[in-house]
Design a binder for this molecule. Structure first.
Ligand code: FEO
Length: 393
């Protein structure tokens, strides 16, 4: 256990080896951590547990360091199995211990473990005195599950925010002032882009609510990655910025191709953007890490997607990407579509339609050429890029 505040300890697990999360939905190039915290006050409080595969290590450590029978209460901020997963094993040893969670949390815990433990349902503003500290609860519904809760430790000026402000990152140090902040921010943004983007309107409101509470905050300790100790409010401000239709003004060109014609068209579109002074990046969708790609889309103002036509539709990597763009509910982005085809040529029109269904504005008709683009057609792609650049203004 690592002391993070007077008599408050990190008792989590560093998962150095994990490379995919949520099944295989989310890449975790830098591993992750499951942060659990222990408050040793007059009452001993455990806040969150760790993912199920680590339950024995976690519970054995608690037994050795504090004694399970000495735990007076458990707070479950969120029962996704990466945080609540060890609860079943822990409760098999101390079944009478009260669990503090939201109403939705109690239901979700019951549905996961099929047990009716002693639930103490809390809502925003409820408090529990633990001795010199006091826990203050703030519901964080849909950030990012219906049960999400934040626990503020009054007296320690400590925010235990669970998933919010976290990163899938297993760092050398637990504290933001002792690690590479470039790595930290890459992971914090990727986490926001892939997990929280659909809930941005709620994030904005919640941050305004937290700010209005005027709580003194020395430290924000999420349930993944590092603890924000130096200037902890920086991540609150970043979330506020990211929650408001964030983009960095640049463009991404994302394509899939069979025989390079669609790629050549994409390169020419990029040339048109460049001639107009617009910065862009280009990605082969089929071989690019999907979570990184969605982070690039999060940062971009313009999203230009290309596919050749196969069996009257788009290539499979592009099909799933378009679904994910829609699911993440990006706002304030401009889209366009392109692609080469052999005979039927539906793909660019399908892309254009799906981008519009996903809420992007698509001011241009898609550009499509048969088989290999001629030099004149390449020129038209360059012009397409220039027109797209105009539409960003
Ligand atoms: Fe880290 Fe929503 O669990």
């Amino acid at each position: 256990m690592i002391q993070i505040k007077d008599n408050i300890f990190w008792t989590g697990i560093k998962d150095w080896g994990i490379r995919a999360f949520h099944g295989h939905e989310l890449s975790t190039h830098r591993g992750t951590t499951y942060n659990s915290y222990l408050i040793k006050d007059e009452k001993t409080v455990l806040v969150d547990t760790v993912w199920d595969p680590y339950k024995e290590e976690f519970v054995e450590r608690l037994e050795a360091e504090v004694g399970l029978k000495n735990i007076d209460m458990i707070v479950i901020n969120h029962n996704e199995p990466d945080h609540g997963g060890s609860l079943g094993y822990l409760m098999s040893k101390i079944p009478e211990t009260p669990i503090y969670c939201t109403k939705n949390g109690a239901e979700i815990i019951r549905k996961h473990f099929h047990k009716d433990w002693k639930f103490n349902v809390v809502k925003t503003g409820d408090t529990v005195k633990t001795g010199k500290y006091e826990l203050v609860f703030v519901e964080m519904q849909m950030l990012h599950w219906p049960d999400s809760l934040l626990t503020y430790v009054k007296g320690a000026n400590l925010v235990l925010s669970n998933d919010a402000f976290g990163q899938h990152f297993s760092p050398a140090s637990l504290f933001n002032d002792e690690i590479d902040s470039c790595e930290l921010y890459q992971e914090a943004m990727k986490y926001y882009a892939n997990i929280l983007t659909p809930y941005s309107a709620l994030v904005k409101k919640k941050i305004e609510q937290i700010k209005a509470l005027n709580l003194p905050i020395d430290m924000i300790a999420p349930s993944h990655g590092v603890i924000w100790r130096n200037n902890p409010l920086q991540i609150l401000e970043k979330y506020y910025e990211w929650s408001q239709d964030y983009n960095e003004g640049s463009v991404v060109i994302i394509y899939d191709t069979m025989y390079d014609s669609t790629r050549e068209m994409g390169k020419a579109i990029g040339e048109g953007l460049e001639k107009s002074g617009v910065k862009y990046k280009m990605f082969d969708c089929a071989i690019t890490d999907r979570s990184d790609l969605l982070t690039e889309i999060f940062k971009a103002k313009g999203v230009i997607v290309g596919s050749c036509t196969v069996n009257n539709t788009v290539m499979r990597a592009i099909a799933s990407l378009l679904d994910e763009i829609k699911a993440l509910r990006f706002k304030n982005k401009v889209g366009a579509a392109f692609g080469s085809y052999g005979w039927s040529g539906e793909a660019p029109r399908i892309i254009s339609q799906k981008l519009q269904e996903a809420g992007l504005s698509v001011p241009q008709e898609p550009v499509a050429f048969k088989y290999r683009p001629t030099p004149e057609e390449i020129q038209k792609c360059i012009q397409f890029g220039e027109t797209f650049a105009e539409s960003l203004k």
